[in-house]
Write a protein that binds this ligand. Structure first.
Ligand SMILES: [Zn+2]
Ligand SMILES: [Zn+2]
Length: 399
């Protein structure tokens, strides 16, 4: 079959690899109809993780069951299924408590596992024609409709970014009336902002510097904050003051109650857009979030970054205003999203027309166009907010 393989720094190719096969009675093989490229794929593409050459990339698939192992009972050939990026056994101590992102059984060397990701097991990625899904009963969520229908691009976002946007809101404690700031208007940041809209937050600020992304934030009813104009924390204080959102007696609460970090360790420093500063966004959120507020950090951080800006950054270490965090009684939650905990309800919101996350998708391309798609997404050009690869779309076709 054809699959997207990482060859080296900023180099992916579409190559022939052996077809996946049933290796355990609990396995399922799916035919992939859509596979999204994720911002976290770019970390491997940019050689900002442990070496990943030779890996088939991709962890955001939607497809159709092609074959099932003898022990699989929940899905059958022909079912349309969404596959969460976390691979989980479903029954270990952590899975049983809903933390499928920290499955104890899936990777002998670590906690948790994913498709096509370095350090998260040896599972082949989903940017391919077919995918082997371990523990298929647990890791396939049946979806209505048929391949390539009007839901296709909404459903594929359930594999990672839509639930991750939702989880960021859970971690940040976003409820009706909340004041929210989302740092980062990439796919996860925009969907986190969209989820805050769905949860009836009263004020939602979105910080970034890419115009097309800030325009999308405005389009879904949020207030865009362009950090090229200066300190985003001061800009949000000013926006709240100017909008008369600061009520008498609340002057000591000029920021927001809920902060969402959707950038990760390759954060750009607003004070110098040519410089990287992995602590920048968390520091900004510690300043911005009001006392007793919450911060949800879903951007990716790693403990092995060969391209880190200094020896500490190479080990994923940086200093933090921990004293301020404590003095303000802030809560800081973080980590990978346990996708299956949220995906069924978010699927139902899509089906009920309460949510349409595919507003995010800018490009739909054949699998063979992966090299161009990665380059475009990495350089954030051509209004590229989210790319979905379509293995069944022929080269030359796009929409
Ligand atoms: Zn992803
Ligand atoms: Zn488990």
């Amino acid at each position: 079959m054809r699959a997207v393989v990482l060859r080296g720094l900023r180099q992916v190719v579409v190559a022939n690899v052996p077809d996946p096969r049933i290796e355990a009675p609990t396995d399922v093989i799916i035919r992939v109809t859509s596979a999204a490229i994720c911002g976290s794929d770019l970390h491997m593409y940019n050689a900002r993780t442990a070496p990943a050459e030779g890996m088939v990339l991709g962890h955001e698939p939607l497809g159709v069951v092609e074959e099932t192992g003898s022990a699989v009972t929940a899905v059958r050939k022909g079912d349309r299924v969404l596959v969460p990026f976390n691979i989980s056994c479903g029954v270990c101590f952590n899975c049983a408590r809903g933390f499928t992102s920290a499955c104890l059984a899936i990777d002998p060397k670590s906690v948790g596992g994913a498709y096509g990701y370095v350090g998260l097991g040896t599972y082949r990625g989903a940017q391919a024609e077919y995918l082997r899904v371990p523990f298929g009963d647990r890791n396939c969520l049946v979806m209505p409709g048929t391949p390539h229908d009007a839901w296709e691009d909404d459903f594929v976002l359930l594999a990672d970014v839509f639930p991750t946007g939702w989880y960021a809101n859970e971690l940040a404690g976003v409820t009706a009336g909340s004041t929210v700031a989302v740092f980062g208007a990439g796919p996860v940041g925009l969907l986190a902002a969209y989820c805050a809209v769905l949860r009836s937050a009263s004020e939602i600020y979105v910080v970034d510097w890419i115009e097309e992304r800030l325009a999308k934030a405005l389009e879904i009813g949020c207030t865009p904050i362009d950090f090229r104009a200066g300190d985003p924390v001061e800009q949000i204080y000013e926006a709240r003051r100017a909008g008369r959102r600061l009520h008498p007696g609340e002057e000591k609460m000029p920021g927001v109650m809920c902060g969402i970090e959707a950038v990760g360790y390759q954060a750009i420093d607003w004070s110098d857009p040519n410089a990287e500063n992995p602590a920048r966004v968390i520091e900004d959120l510690i300043r911005l979030v009001n006392p007793t507020g919450r911060i949800g950090a879903v951007g990716l951080y790693v403990s092995n970054d060969p391209g880190g800006i200094n020896p500490h950054a190479k080990r994923g270490e940086f200093s933090l205003s921990f004293g301020k965090l404590w003095e303000k009684s802030l809560s800081l939650g973080m980590g990978q999203t346990p996708v299956i905990r949220f995906a069924p309800q978010l699927r139902d919101m899509i089906v009920a027309r309460r949510a349409k996350p595919s507003f995010l998708v800018s490009h739909r391309l054949p699998l063979e166009a992966a090299p161009e798609a990665y380059a475009m997404f990495e350089q954030r050009i051509d209004g590229c907010t989210k790319v979905i690869l379509k293995p069944e779309l022929k080269q030359g076709g796009s929409s």
